[in-house]
Design a protein around this ligand. Structure first.
Ligand code: CDP
Ligand code: CDP
Length: 195
């Protein structure tokens, strides 16, 4: 069975949390596409070469979830050649046998416009920044500024900007706990599964 769940949205909206739960529930493979851009961003050197030569070791680095890696990711993510270098791998992953969940910014719009389920997860910038601050700690104002700056860059780039696909289901989790958000996503997938 080919079945793709595309989960897009801004920073710390809960994309990864929902994706992992959906993948576990249905036995689908999961790809965190943000990790690809984070790995390119932290690798240093020429970002286009880094994207073309990305290795499993690059994706296993333990500094990928830092605020700095997020910033570096969104800076390299504006480069069309970087996005192009990562495209085929993501497309093949999306259409692999057995079902796949991908989360990122452009899954429903560019990587897999034919996805059977598209979810656009959002929450207010304040709520999202608070969630990220609970994970990384430090200066809460700095975390909010980082989230805002990254969203702004992601929404305003020319190539594959962050925006909901026309046929995406919007899920605002500002006042929704992770468990409730996961339950809604699972119900949506269940309703669209063949058979
Ligand atoms: O992948 P993304 O950056 O969109 O977000 P995440 O890493 O999945 O989630 C950020 C944090 O928000 C995690 O610690 C979640 O437990 C929490 N959270 C959530 O994901 N969804 C909610 N509705 C509420 C909280
Ligand atoms: O977890 P969080 O939402 O904070 O970020 P992420 O999903 O790990 O993505 C990091 C950065 O990579 C984003 O801010 C985007 O600039 C970029 N990205 C992208 O351009 N396209 C994707 N499909 C995924 C991430």
């Amino acid at each position: 069975m080919i079945f793709t769940v595309a989960i897009d949205g801004p920073a710390a909206a809960g994309k990864g949390t929902i994706s992992r739960a959906v993948a576990a529930r249905f036995g689908f493979a999961h790809l965190d596409t943000g990790a690809l851009y984070r790995a390119v961003g932290v690798k240093g050197g020429d970002p286009v070469s880094a994207a073309r030569g990305l290795t499993p070791e690059d994706l296993a680095r333990d500094d990928l979830r830092t605020l700095e890696a997020g910033q570096a990711a969104s800076r390299v993510a504006v480069i069309p050649e970087v996005r192009a270098a990562l495209l085929e791998f993501q497309r093949r992953f999306a259409r692999r046998e057995g079902g796949a969940v991908l989360d990122g910014r452009d899954i429903g719009t560019v990587i897999c416009p034919e996805a059977e389920v598209k979810l656009f997860v959002t929450a207010s910038a304040e709520v999202r920044a608070h969630r990220r601050w609970l994970e990384v700690g430090g200066d809460a104002e700095k975390v909010l500024a980082e989230v805002r700056e990254r969203d702004d860059r992601d929404m305003n780039r020319a190539d594959a900007p962050l925006k909901p696909a026309k046929d995406a289901v919007l899920l605002d989790t500002s006042a929704l706990g992770a468990e409730a958000a996961i339950a809604q996503a699972i119900a949506l997938v269940q309703a669209r599964l063949p058979g």
